[in-house]
Design a protein around this ligand. Structure first.
Ligand code: SAM
Length: 189
C-alpha cells in the first residue's frame, strides 16, 4: 500500500521498513489487539501511515529531522490520518509522556537502541511489546568486520551490544525473528 510513498523514499534514499516487516507488524497489531503505538523514527511517515491505514490504532511517532518531519506531516494529512497519527518533531530522547503504549516500535538511530529501550520501557502498557528493527543492519552484521568502514564498524558494535543487552535483560524476554532486516520482540517477564 501507499506505493508512491515507498517510491519517494527509494528515490530520495530515505530508509523505510521492509515489506516483510511491515506485513508482520500489521498482522502482529491485529493478532495482539494493539490499540496504540509509539514509534521512534517516523522518516516520511511510511510505516506509521501503513499501520494506521490498515489497523484500528492510534500512533504517536517521533522524527528529529525537520525536513522528513514536514514531509511526513503532509503525507499523514494527504491520507486523512491526522486523527490517528500524531507526529512530534524532536529528538526522541527528549520526548516525555506519561502515556502507556501497547507497542513501542524502535526504528531510529541504530546506535541509540539501548537508550530508547531504557527510556521508553516505562511507557509500556501491561503486556506491551517493544519491537526493534534492523538488527542485521542491512546485512552488515554478517559481513567480514575488517572490510567495514570505521563508521559502520562502530554501528555494528552498537547493534551487537544491543542484542547482548536484550539477551541478558532480566526484566524482558526477547525473541529474534529473521524477518526483513531482522527484528526483536521484547515482552516484560
Ligand atoms: N519508521 C520509518 C518507516 O519505516 O517509514 C523509517 C524510519 S528511518 C529508518 C529512521 C528515522 O529516525 C530517520 O528519519 C531519522 O532521522 C530518525 N531518527 C534517528 N534518530 C532519532 C532520534 N534520536 N529521535 C528522533 N528521530 C530519530
Amino acid at each position: 500500500m501507499y506505493k508512491e510513498l515507498k517510491e519517494y523514499a527509494i528515490q530520495n534514499s530515505i530508509p523505510i521498513v521492509e515489506d516483510e516487516t511491515l506485513e508482520f507488524l500489521i498482522n502482529f497489531i491485529k493478532e495482539n489487539n494493539i490499540e496504540n503505538i509509539l514509534e521512534i523514527g517516523s522518516a516520511i511517515g511510511y510505516s506509521a501511515i501503513n499501520m494506521a491505514g490498515s489497523c484500528d490504532i492510534q500512533i504517536e511517532t517521533i522524527e528529529r529531522d525537520i525536513y522528513r518531519y514536514n514531509i511526513a506531516k503532509i503525507n499523514i494529512n494527504k491520507y486523512n490520518l491526522d486523527n490517528k497519527i500524531k507526529i512530534h518533531n524532536m529528538d526522541a530522547l527528549n520526548f516525555d509522556t506519561n502515556e502507556k503504549f501497547d507497542l513501542i516500535f524502535i526504528d531510529a538511530s541504530k546506535s541509540q537502541n539501548i537508550k530508547f529501550f531504557e527510556k521508553f520501557k516505562e511507557n509500556l502498557s501491561k503486556d506491551g511489546y517493544i519491537i526493534t528493527d534492523n538488527l542485521n543492519f542491512h546485512g552488515m552484521i554478517n559481513t567480514d568486520y575488517n572490510s567495514l568502514t570505521k563508521n559502520v564498524k562502530g554501528l555494528v558494535r552498537k547493534i551487537n551490544s544491543y542484542v547482548d543487552f536484550l539477551n541478558e535483560n532480566k526484566e524482558f524476554e526477547t525473541k529474534f525473528l529473521s524477518i526483513g532486516d531482522k527484528i526483536s520482540i521484547s515482552k516484560k517477564i
